[in-house]
Design a binder for this molecule. Structure first.
Ligand SMILES: NC(=O)c1ccc[n+]([C@@H]2O[C@H](COP(=O)([O-])OP(=O)(O)OC[C@H]3O[C@@H](n4cnc5c(N)ncnc54)[C@H](OP(=O)(O)O)[C@@H]3O)[C@@H](O)[C@H]2O)c1
Length: 353
């Protein structure tokens, strides 16, 4: 076991090149660097050991090099630094392509291999921050690596319900579709789910208690399928998909229906997004559509944590996870979100302790 202050190997997943179109595993690589299990003297940083990291569709956007800044920063590819005699490094430049061989041609040039970042569940192994002590279990934005230096621990939250599986906190106590549908059931809605395999359809109806579910890949005519399940129209469509699904839904909305727009996964890998050709339905049916981001609601997090922990412990909400074991499996797990390979909340177990 690693001891405080020690320098240890640090396996991490890095982005080798920016992606256009559908991502492939070889855009990422698992490499080994080092990490020091100590914080710089006098700093209020902390070092965490990563236990579970979340795979999320929005990470695809961060794998693209944007000309105009996106709502979250692009991942960093290929930062090069000049290594001094004493081992310290001086950042030279950030390249928008991967030039691994440069470091072989000119040995003082070293590549800073920055791990992908996303939400994760971690254990504190060193801390200069008064609110976080060694051994605390926390969640927050961390690296896809074994150990991460967190310069601003204030952005992390403590795990207040360690009696629940720790991994549940990667989805901050929820993966979107399965939780939204179950919360809607708890508030008395008639709920219909759409999924891409018969196995998932069965899960929605049996495990999660949706009233109905259908396999959208088997439906020749989505518009007709929705008419079948909603003969009187749809009051609320929780939008996760976009494209032709949104079009079919708009045709089936009721007057004054509502569409909270959470994501549009069908569009994330397209170089040319598909158009939505019947937006006039928003006017004709007086539909209210509004996008939102999870980080706009962090102020309500503790309230939500308590509510969800209660539902999970009382068995009112079921939770299904798909756990990839080890960082080596992380690139495939991330790509799998876009082919529907995951069944339940996709995450990676970096270490189970
Ligand atoms: N606004 C926010 O703050 C926020 C936060 C988190 C997530 N989100 C969004 O919420 C949605 C769900 O995220 P999640 O993390 O819970 O992922 P998830 O649903 O566990 O995984 C992604 C699923 O999307 C489906 N999918 C993939 N490509 C598709 C396509 N072309 N058309 C239709 N379905 C497709 C697949 O299921 P099938 O087998 O059923 O196709 C896949 O399993 C995403 O749109 C994500 O961007 C938004």
């Amino acid at each position: 076991m690693a001891t405080a202050g020690e320098e240890v190997p640090n396996k991490r997943v890095v982005l080798k090149r920016y992606v256009t179109g559908f991502p492939t595993e070889d855009a990422m690589e698992v490499v080994t660097g080092t990490a020091r299990l100590a914080v710089p003297p006098g700093s209020s940083a902390m070092v965490v050991k990563n236990l579970y990291v979340s795979c999320d569709p929005y990470m695809r956007g961060r794998m693209t090099k944007h000309d105009r800044p996106s709502y979250v920063p692009d991942f960093v590819v290929g930062e090069f630094a000049l290594q001094m005699g004493d081992g310290s490094t001086f950042l030279l430049c950030t390249l928008s392509f991967s030039a691994w061989d440069l470091t072989i041609l000119w040995p003082p040039l070293v590549q800073i291999l920055q791990a992908l970042v996303n939400f994760g569940v971690c254990k504190v192994v060193a801390s200069g921050h008064p609110d976080f002590k060694v051994g605390d279990l926390v969640w927050g934005m961390t690296g896809w690596e074994e150990y991460t230096l967190v310069p601003k621990p204030e952005s992390f939250s403590k795990i207040n319900h360690p009696e629940l599986p720790l991994s549940y906190y990667t989805g901050v106590l929820g993966a979107v579709g399965q939780i939204v549908g179950q919360l809607a059931k708890l508030t008395g809605c008639y709920v219909v789910g759409s999924a891409g395999s018969d196995e998932k359809v069965n899960l929605l109806k049996t495990k999660f208690g949706f009233d109905e579910a259908f396999n959208y890949k088997k439906e020749q005519d989505l518009d007709a399928a929705l008419r079948r399940y909603f003969p009187e129209g749809i009051d609320i469509y929780f939008e996760n998909v976009g494209g032709p699904t949104l079009e079919a839904v708009l045709n089936n909305m009721r007057n004054h229906g509502r569409i909270p727009v959470c994501g549009m996964i069908s569009q994330y890998n397209l170089e040319q997004p598909e158009g939505v050709h019947n937006l006039f339905q928003v006017v004709a049916k007086r539909v209210r559509m509004e996008g939102f981001m999870v980080f706009d609601y962090f102020s309500k997090y503790y309230q939500f944590e308590e509510e969800m922990a209660g539902y999970l412990k009382e068995g009112k909400i079921s939770y299904v996870e798909d756990i990839a074991d080890g960082l080596e499996k992380a690139p495939a797990a991330l790509i799998g979100l876009f082919t529907g390979r995951n069944i339940g909340k996709q995450l990676v177990a970096v270490a189970r302790e």
